[in-house]
Design a protein around this ligand. Sequence first.
Ligand SMILES: NC(=O)c1ccc[n+]([C@@H]2O[C@H](COP(=O)([O-])OP(=O)(O)OC[C@H]3O[C@@H](n4cnc5c(N)ncnc54)[C@H](OP(=O)(O)O)[C@@H]3O)[C@@H](O)[C@H]2O)c1
Length: 245
Amino acid sequence: MGKITVITGGTSGIGRGIAEKILAESAKADRIFVTYGHDEKKALSFQESLPEEKRFQVTLIKADMSSYEEMMVFVEELKKQTDHIDWLVSNAGISTYAKYEDYSFEEWTRIVNTNLSVPVFMVKELRSMMVEGGSVLFTGSYAGQQAYSSSLVYGVTKAAIHFLTRSLVKEFEPKGITVNAIAPGFIETPWHSARTQESYDRINRKIALHRFGTVEEVADMAYAVLSNGYMNGSVVDIHGGYDYF
Ligand SMILES: NC(=O)c1ccc[n+]([C@@H]2O[C@H](COP(=O)([O-])OP(=O)(O)OC[C@H]3O[C@@H](n4cnc5c(N)ncnc54)[C@H](OP(=O)(O)O)[C@@H]3O)[C@@H](O)[C@H]2O)c1
């Protein structure tokens, strides 16, 4: 029986890096279900970029994870395609740079739904499919550890994800499934595509290593956490020494 991984938002940035790392380490019988929200072109180019012998191991599924209903459709589709899950990576996330005073309730709700509420219910729905000794990993954020972020709603959802991680340990205890999160600082992904050089310079001055992290550095850590049998309830920072001086 091959190892089955499910990863949301796995076609871009950090999620894509984690998917590629898992694939690189995978056996022939392993399968990985990779979801994306909107960008079909990017999803297909991700699949096409994979070595030919790995491509058939990947199933792409489009599902808008800001919607409870679409998440449930995704869960039903997944149940048709596999009877078990070994690793579950809840990674899809969004943010806004709108100022607090300009927030609308609709935008707040869309971000909370995508980053927190829908993941909570997705994990609840998939729990019974997870195997003994499986592993759940959330992509949190260092913005959920310290209130540095320019996006208040984003920091609040990520702090909640970290608390969720610790809280779910008890829920998964009967099957010995571990639940952990990674909390990256500034990582070079399409997320930052609109950032100016001035903005990069300002942030780099606050990072002891004076650069953004790479997707590969985060993916290597995520893989180490997923495959470690004794890490449980941990939120692991990876930020190059942010805000230490
Ligand atoms: N980059 C950083 O500096 C950083 C730091 C800390 C934490 N993070 C976290 O890392 C995760 C990935 O971020 P990233 O930087 O890799 O961003 P990214 O390159 O923009 O990738 C985001 C991924 O999430 C998917 N996604 C977005 N909205 C979705 C929705 N409504 N439904 C389903 N999928 C959706 C995207 O698919 P589509 O494009 O097809 O919608 C894409 O695959 C997020 O949780 C983010 O909060 C990032």
